[in-house]
Design a protein around this ligand. Sequence first.
Ligand code: TYD
Length: 357
Amino acid sequence: MTSGAWAHARIERCLVTGGLGFIGSHFIRLLLRERPDIEVINLDAMTYAGNPLNLHDLEDDSRYRFVHGNIADRTVVRAAIGAGVDAIVNFAAESHVDRSLRDATAFCATNVCGTQVLLDAAREYRVQRFLQVSTDEVYGDIPEGESTEDDPLRPRSPYSASKAAADLLALAHYESYDAPVLITRGSNTYGPYQYPEKLIPLFVTNLIDDQLVPVYGDGMQVRDWLYVEDHARGILHVLEHGEPGNVYNLGGNNPRTNLDITHMLLKACGRSPLTHVHHVGDRPGHDRRYAMNTEKARALGWEPGMPFVAGLHRTIDWYKANERWWRPLKSGDFAEYYALQYQAAPVKVPITTGGIA
Ligand code: TYD
């Protein structure tokens, strides 16, 4: 199969899984905005990170249908696909590394077994393309240089191990059954509607509330940041133009240390590093650096467009303007998780002492 044969694929009905989550909800909104004739079925399990408010504006859109269910549930999946879809984009996943370090059960059930159920059903119903949304974390720690798509996978957390397993299952379906599978590996993504357990929304919302921000270890870990709409556009581009059996790195080419990000957030929120940073114990097995080569996706015609400073300020402004979205998420179960995860972190700002090590 040549890439030319797949250029400009026309998708009429798309099953998106995990569409109430962060990147999935942005992807669905993009799809409906840019492909007016498309129909979208959103299959989402409504776990703690799936939020109906992320797509509340679509309630009256006749092109959009929501199905409540888990991708590991074969009956639900077969019913959703059997309704006739020509593409599947699998966002559904447990995605937080710290939670995977506490208990990886749900990560294996959803990320690994769920993906396999979807792949099997896609094959049974001869779905024309299947895009697996993956992550740069499957390459593991990259002390120097950049990961390219053919590099060996060396995941180092239970989360990234589960995503690597899903990638390998997807590629095995391509090799074994000629299934039209594509994989995107995105870098750290940020923007509005991100659940406040992740670095940027956690820190922004803590700072709005005059709380400390818990920096793991020395804060010199490097992540490559990609704005969520750029990520969503990349996934759509690969879905329509990518060549089955291929992996595409979608990186922001915007490496930053966690401390850099922290200082930008502190400044934007009018807080001082002397009073609002708390260095807590490091994450076990913490990958120091991720970095991807994105030539392949760029050659296909995608590139990120959002400059980082503008994207970060847009994100901060969104959290400042949407307290009603995130405030309920930070109470209840999340508050319990936070207390457990950051036991050593004081929750109130000390009056005199500095937090920086
Ligand atoms: P995170 O947003 O959890 O994404 P990932 O682990 O998938 O990269 O974390 C981004 C970086 O920020 C990572 O190096 C861990 C660090 N981090 C902290 O220092 N403190 C925190 O409270 C969190 C959530 C993350």
